[in-house]
Design a binder for this molecule. Structure first.
Ligand code: ATP
Ligand code: LTN
Length: 335
């Protein structure tokens, strides 16, 4: 009997730091949701990575954030029946492989990472975990023989590094790891801040008008959109528009499914206020079901635990076999 071909393996994750915003939703989670059936999907709450964020030195808060994020994955449509969802720290192979890869990754590769450079520059006391952050990320990905890593634009450099780390290990110790590729959306791979549309919308940025968070109230969503920075003109053609207007059209486009051309034509000759007003409705139509589903999951913590226990069990099985392969090839242990 011929076997069905193995589905392509997907792995991705988000840190339980700050609150999930529509940049994360559009750039990462909508991609995850769209490939649930076509791929073998593994999605992780990367709590070990969150320890690199200084504000997370608060055990109770970190634990609560991890649960919140797992519930949000599901509320965003990541169906645990069709994907493995788990907490990174509950599968110890991540930290174990990270050490092995730390030893084979040249320091100069890590110093080139733009995320490290910007985060190190913005913080006075930086733990060495921040420098090794992309090595742990590589371990996450390589442990599952991952083919595809769906992320936002800002993570592409880290996925390319993971690929280089895998290639180097394979070169040193023989064929061990699958070489992963990133997957980014054509539109919406980098949603910009509403208050400053030349900078990426980010969980760690402060300021009330910066982001739309998935659990924001309708009132807050409206306020953030109506206050979003645009310009003094009335240019809606995407390629000619200012960064703030392009950002609003992009959010509209990806959440409504309408093309940017149709959207631009609809508002041509009118003020930006009309676009913003309709965008409030478009965003609300996406967020209302997420809020409702999230409330359902938080009302049932036992169900969330069941999902995360089952996810960690499955993840452990896959990860352990790849970790053993890597350790054996590197000469670690007796056999
Ligand atoms: P931080 O500011 O703490 O680095 P973040 O907002 O960048 O947080 P991450 O946890 O780093 O969020 O990202 C989770 C996922 O969301 C990643 O795949 C990342 O590429 C994606 N992502 C983050 N910000 C955006 C954005 N503004 N637009 C599109 N995708 C994004
Ligand atoms: N660095 C990522 C989070 C992350 C991740 C991963 C993403 C950790 N491990 C593995 C994809 C695959 C970020 O979004 N900040």
């Amino acid at each position: 009997m011929s076997q069905a071909p193995r589905k392509s393996r997907v792995f991705s994750g988000v840190q339980p730091s700050g609150s999930l915003h529509i940049g994360n939703y559009v750039g990462a989670l909508t991609q995850w949701r769209d490939i649930l059936d076509s791929h073998d999907c593994i999605f992780c709450v990367v709590d070990l990575h969150a320890l690199t964020v200084p504000e997370n030195v608060d055990p109770k808060a970190l634990r609560a954030k991890s649960r919140e994020l797992a519930a949000l994955y599901m509320a965003c449509g990541i169906d645990p029946e069709r994907a493995t969802i788990f907490l990174q720290s509950e599968v110890t192979a991540h930290a174990e492989l990270a050490w092995v890869l730390t030893c084979t990754t040249p320091l100069s590769w890590l110093h080139k990472m733009t995320q490290f450079k910007s985060k190190a520059a913005a913080n006075e006391a930086v733990g060495s975990g921040l420098l090794c952050y992309p090595v742990l990320q590589a371990a996450d990905i390589l442990l599952y023989d991952t083919d595809v890593v769906p992320v936002g634009d800002d993570q592409v450099q880290h996925i390319e590094l993971a690929r280089n780390i895998a290639s180097r290990f394979n070169h040193l110790f023989g064929e061990t790891f699958v070489l992963p590729k990133h997957k980014v959306r054509q539109a919406g791979a980098r949603i910009m801040g509403l208050d400053e549309p030349t900078a990426k919308m980010s969980k760690s940025a402060s300021g009330t008008g910066h982001a739309i968070y998935l659990l924001d109230s309708p009132k807050r969503v409206k306020k953030a959109i109506m206050r979003a920075k645009t310009d003094l003109g009335c240019e809606f053609r995407f390629d000619e528009a200012s960064p703030g207007v392009r950002n609003l059209i992009t959010i509209y486009e990806v959440l409504s499914g309408e093309s940017r051309e149709v959207i631009s034509e609809r508002y041509e000759g009118r003020g930006y206020g009309y676009l913003k007003k309709d965008l409030v409705d478009v965003v609300e139509a996406s967020l209302a079901p997420i809020r409702a589903a999230y409330a359902g999951y938080t009302d049932d913590p036992a169900e969330l635990d069941r999902v995360l226990d089952a996810g960690a069990d499955r993840a452990r099985g896959v990860a352990q076999s790849v970790l053993s392969r890597a350790m054996r090839n590197a000469g670690l242990g007796r056999r």
